[in-house]
Design a protein around this ligand. Sequence first.
Ligand SMILES: [Zn+2]
Length: 248
Amino acid sequence: MDYEAVIGLETHVQLKTKSKMWCGCANVFGAPPNTNVCPVCLGLPGVLPVPNDEALRLTVLTGFLLNCEIPRFAKFDRKSYFYPDMPKNYQITQYDKPSTANGHVEFEFNGGLARVRITRAHLEEDVGKNTHFERNSGVDFNRAGVPLLEIVSEPDIASADMAYEYLNALKDILIYGGISDCDMEKRECAAQGREGTRRENRNQEHEQLFWRAPRAGIRNPAPNRSGEEGRQADPIHTPLGRRSRHHR
Ligand SMILES: [Zn+2]
């Protein structure tokens, strides 16, 4: 029996704003550790987060560029989990009422025009960064609270090559729109996949059956592996449009 891959990608993109999502701290790369922090992004008690209207504008603009619907109402929720680089122990994220939904991206592929449907592009916030030294570990919260857009695709991607072209098209759109620089060296973008299989020459019934079966999520590409090698080794380890040795 022949099977074909079905891949959906979740792409995280840092928005090009001057300040963070819920406070006035600078959104810049490369500052000395813990110099762009305040009680809000450190999650101290008694603070009042205020949304960054430029981040909201860029999210809606992304929705238009990805042919999405823009609902008149969107909201944020708290997603609670513990991780050392997340000082609040929860992330403020759009969940069931995102700012954008039901779009698509079209791009040239295999001599024709391919289309990948976009489930949603929702706004959330980034976490800090752990660094592990020989005898101890450090946490830099400069990145905690930076606005992060998660662009979720439907499982319309059939191969690693198609994923690569989809991510290239997405990157071009986001750079053109002034939404993000998509610089992987600065961890401004990353993609992770959900992968499954379905039977070729399927009918609707089979598609339902097999899409529910083997499905996996993988986070980061292996370090020190070039994008090209990663793409060949695993279809969902596709870097966002660049062949970098340090993509994370
Ligand atoms: Zn802050």
